[in-house]
Ligand binder design. Sequence first.
Ligand SMILES: NC(=O)c1ccc[n+]([C@@H]2O[C@H](COP(=O)([O-])OP(=O)(O)OC[C@H]3O[C@@H](n4cnc5c(N)ncnc54)[C@H](O)[C@@H]3O)[C@@H](O)[C@H]2O)c1
Length: 368
Amino acid sequence: MTKVLITGGCGFIGRHVAQELLDHGYEVRLYDALIDQVHGGTQVALPEGAEVVRGDMRDADRLRPALRGCDGVIHLAAEVGVGQSMYEIARYVGANDLGTAILLEAMLDHPVGRIVVASSMSVYGEGYYARPDGSLVETVRRRPADIKAGLWNPTDLAGEPLAPIATDERKRVDLASIYALTKYAQEREVLIFGEAYDVPAVALRLFNVFGAGQALSNPYTGVLANFASRLASGQRPTIFEDGEQRRDFVHVRDVARAFRLAYEKPEAAGELFNIGSGQAYTISGVARLLAGAMNLPHLGPEILHKSRSGDIRNCFADISKARALLGFEPGHRLEDSLTEFVDWVRGEAVIDRGAEMRRELEAKGLVS
Ligand SMILES: NC(=O)c1ccc[n+]([C@@H]2O[C@H](COP(=O)([O-])OP(=O)(O)OC[C@H]3O[C@@H](n4cnc5c(N)ncnc54)[C@H](O)[C@@H]3O)[C@@H](O)[C@H]2O)c1
């Protein structure tokens, strides 16, 4: 039977990937440091049949034996907060980049048949835009002075408005946060290693993943989980800028399937893929949808009209490549999945730490 080591396997996506692989006849070993910010000392319900090794990615002496007997690796372990990465720089670079380096060195002594790494849409920076005449603008960066002045939407050099359009994998990378930098490093480290040592390697650039099991008390990540924590505590979700920024929300079970397909499909080797829903949602629209699903429509979003350093305005996925090469098709639309998500939230102990996160970012001068 094929055995896969899933790093970060006790996390939100890791547990779903583990379940997906177990359901398809694999054995899984989860390697995870169970960091406090994600797990908060609580007991994590893991899929039945999963083996667990507790350890940090940077601890080679723990990681090397964990690789023994594994045929492949799905590498998910990472620190995941964009805002937090802007001041806990050593923590992010250490866990994500050095952690990946330690894993790859360990794989020199314990060769595996395939590795799939979780990268992120954050490597793109802003997504693609189109000019009024329909021509493509590949790289857009908002000027800090414009953002400060509340001019949230990118324009071309003549000040003409640009329309966001779906982004595919050909877009040039534009790193706007330390988190994005570490995700790009993880992706490149794995693909370079795969090519050099002839290990089939695949990188999945995940868009905004949502679903049951996302850490509700980690305010640094997970838009939907953050909004749910606010609403469940009787608070309005807070939103930076004007709430009209657009993102792509993809269900965690679809993401788990994408990892299995990336692990299995021979034609995926050496490639990177966008994994999203292919749909764009405004952030304020998502807050309203969720408030409705939680029967709290009076708790509409509080629009801060402030910006957070490292945030981008719009990015949503063109998933044609994943469709063509992986046979990936998203099966769960956000609108149809909220009841299940809300049922799960109702059974959880929620601690809303959103205000704490905002105070921390403000104290560091990262909100303006
Ligand atoms: N959730 C999303 O929307 C999203 C989007 C893009 C990319 N990703 C990527 O997907 C992966 C999984 O994300 P998630 O949402 O499940 O996050 P998560 O925080 O729920 O899971 C990450 C897991 O990694 C573990 N971990 C962190 N640092 C570690 C270290 N140094 N050593 C060992 N284990 C460590 C944590 O304990 C946690 O269990 C990450 O690589 C993340 O960057 C997630």
